[in-house]
Design a protein around this ligand. Structure first.
Ligand code: WT7
Length: 657
């Protein structure tokens, strides 16, 4: 039985009936032989196939060094450069004037970078970074909206062996400062502003606020995105991006050979504590896995135009906007805006205009389109599409079917890809040219991935039963560790189900899932204190601690409330101290405290005041019950509560919100 905070939980999986991949797709697919599963089963050396998708400066001596599990070293002895792999080699293979990036701006503007142009821009910025003193292994923080300078800065860092740490532009000044401090980062690349819902927001003032609390000197580069529309002043140690680059016109910087397991980048993500975790990804294993999964799961070919609508500020964008597609030499679309601006057909207009072959998005986006109706995709010729992908949350059978019918016109397989910041790339999904799809289920683990669903004792559960989703064999895209914290890495992911004495190492994902008779995995959601809201991974503890920072708050519990139409949203249950009335002013202070600590992505859908929170006799807040209330679900057994009388009151207050 899957347990959360000591509470029982049973959830039914409801995957739809199998849909075979369309024949036309299979005919041209990169992988069509089912035998690939068995081959990987028998020979872990199969990962060589991923490694051959990248070019090595020095051949690796072995596929894996597993002497010190779970600190596996992939492709030991190998050396390579990620920027070289995404740029230089495509100048040689006939793709120099092929589009690398198609950028679609928020205001309808667009820009194209050919591989050659991107190569020039990356080299010039790499030279600029070096002139500021950036050296190999220095962590460069990048806090940019979805503009071309974002992938350019990432690849420039990769070129000189400086790991990047991209912080999502919508996060707050406090969140940026915490991440810069944790990574000992002395360099920042940011912009004057960013767009949100058609308005210009000041990004630089957030960056400046963060820098006040960062405990060291930081050299900052500022991209002037808005010109005179959003004037800004450069302080000491701050440089204008374009002026700086102008001093390095035409310069080239040789790509640094990195060891396969040298850090390529750091990505902070929410964990079960208030502190964000700095997930470390390597150069060789990560890049090979990004390219391999882009080729096998997204069926990507160099000729393809590919569009992932995620933000580069999250892992999805790192792997499947930047590194995967560019390593393969494809064209990647980068979109700065939202799906409904200026009109609700914006995404489909972009698909049509750029003749996008492969499109990857999140269930929340699809659900929004379902609500708006099929007329928006119908306005456009979407026949260029060959494959569709979904990521971030479970996609229920109805939105799945809608996506399949109205966007894919029944001709495109839909890959429901399960993975995490820590896995580096997709780990569970249907290989689109091989496996039938089951709407509502992500699919079987990919070849070479040993995913299982286990009970509290680590034993595999029966088909259809809920349990914990675990990975029992290493894979090249896996995180190397947490930045500067091997112990926490062990404790967070490996302790729960591993048996070091028996040399059995099991990675725990933090998700609950079930498996059916065919080995298809249905994800049931997180079992730790992490919630996924519109593709953003949030720590309930981090939000709670922001609320508790507001004067007059006695207690707070934050949960994710989920309904089929809106996905998961943040619900905050709060009780105030006796002498503080729970009024609108307190509500506003709560919201603003959350926005300061994390950013508007964590703003609660509802702040529900209650005189008391539901507690067990031992005084533990029953978050699971609050989750059911927030989701409008039927409530389970409340007999374990010390204060069952409060439940009806909280339900009524939630409905009123
Ligand atoms: C969590 C990871 C890299 C993916 C983007 C988010 C949830 C992810 C699916 C899916 C159901 C999914 C899981 C996972 N998740 N993909 N296809 N079906 N749930 O990365 O921020 O690290 O979040 O997202 O709960 O643990 P992340």
């Amino acid at each position: 039985m899957v347990q959360r905070s000591g509470e029982n939980r049973t959830v039914q999986s409801s995957a739809g009936s199998p849909t075979p991949p369309p024949a036309e797709f299979v005919e041209q697919a990169n992988v069509t032989d089912e035998g690939i599963y068995e081959e990987f089963e028998e020979r872990p050396e199969c990962w060589e196939r991923a490694a051959t998708l990248v070019e090595w400066d020095r051949e690796y001596d072995a596929i894996i060094d597993d002497d010190d599990p779970p600190f596996y070293r992939w492709f030991p002895g190998g050396q390579l450069n990620a920027s070289y792999n995404c740029l230089d080699r495509h100048l040689e293979d006939g793709r120099k004037n092929h589009a690398a990036i198609w950028w679609e701006g928020k205001q309808g503007e667009s820009e194209t970078y050919t591989y050659r142009e991107l190569y020039v821009a990356v080299n010039e910025f790499a030279a600029a970074l070096q002139s500021l003193g950036v050296e190999e292994d220095d962590v460069v923080t990048i806090y940019l909206p979805m503009i071309p300078e974002l992938p350019i800065a990432m690849l420039a860092c990769a070129r000189i062996g400086a790991p990047h740490s991209v912080v999502f532009a919508g996060l707050s000044a406090d969140a940026l400062a915490t991440r810069m401090d944790a990574a000992d980062s002395e360099y920042l690349v940011t912009a004057d502003g960013y767009y949100r819902r058609g308005n210009a927001f000041n990004q630089k003032s957030k960056a400046d606020n963060a820098l006040i609390s960062v405990g060291r000197d930081v050299s900052t580069v500022v991209v002037d995105r808005f010109g005179d529309d959003l004037p800004h002043v450069l302080n000491e140690g701050q440089y204008d991006y374009h002026d700086l680059v102008a001093g390095h016109t035409g310069e080239t910087v040789p790509p640094v050979s990195r060891d396969a397991d040298d850090m390529l980048f750091l990505m902070y993500t929410s964990g079960t504590t208030g502190e964000p975790k700095g997930v470390v990804h390597t150069t060789g294993g990560y890049l090979a896995y990004a390219a391999w999964t882009a080729r096998t799961v997204f069926d990507l070919e160099p000729e393809d135009t590919y569009w992932c609508s995620a933000d580069i500020g999250w892992i999805t964008g790192h792997t499947y906007i930047v590194y995967g597609p560019l390593a393969l030499g494809s064209t990647t679309v980068i979109y700065e805006g939202t799906p409904d601006y200026p009109e609700r057909d914006r995404l489909w207009e972009i698909v049509e205009r750029n003749a996008v072959d492969v499109f990857y998005t999140a269930p929340t986006t699809i659900q929004a389109f379902m609500k708006w109706g099929p007329e928006y995709p119908e306005r456009h010729d979407l026949s260029s599409l060959r494959l569709l992908g979904s990521v971030g949350e479970p996609i229920s059978p109805r939105p799945w079917q809608w996506y399949y019918d109205h966007v894919g016109d029944g001709a495109c397989p839909v890959v429901d890809t399960w993975w995490q910041t820590e896995t580096g790339g997709v780990t569970v999904t249907t290989l689109p040219g091989v496996k039938p799809m089951k709407p509502g289920s992500a699919g079987p683990p990919l070849p070479g991935i040993d995913a299982r669903v286990v009970d509290d004792d680590g034993e595999e559960v029966d088909p259809g039963q809920p349990g914990y989703l675990t990975l029992h064999r290493p894979w090249p895209g896996m995180a190397k560790t947490l930045y500067d914290d091997d112990e926490k890495y062990l404790a967070e992911y490996w302790q729960r189900f591993s048996d070091p004495e028996a040399d059995e190492w099991v990675y725990f994902s933090g998700d609950a899932a079930s498996v059916d008779e065919d080995g298809y995995v249905t994800i049931l959601g997180r079992v730790d204190d992490v919630i996924n809201v519109a593709g953003h991974r949030l720590s309930t503890m981090e939000i709670e601690s922001a609320i508790l920072g507001v004067e007059g708050i006695a207690e707070a519990a934050v949960v994710g409330g989920t309904d089929p139409a809106n996905g998961t949203e943040v619900y905050a249950y709060v009780s105030t101290e006796n002498d503080h009335a729970p009024d609108q002013a307190v509500r506003e202070r709560i919201t603003s405290s959350i926005e300061t600590a994390i950013g508007p992505i964590a703003t609660p859908e509802a702040v529900v005041f209650t005189p008391d929170l539901p507690k067990t006799r031992s005084g533990k807040i029953m978050r699971r019950l609050l989750e059911d209330i927030a989701s409008g679900d039927e409530l389970g057994d409340t007999s374990a509560l010390r204060n069952p009388e409060i439940v009806g009151e909280i339900q009524a207050a939630t409905r009123d919100e």
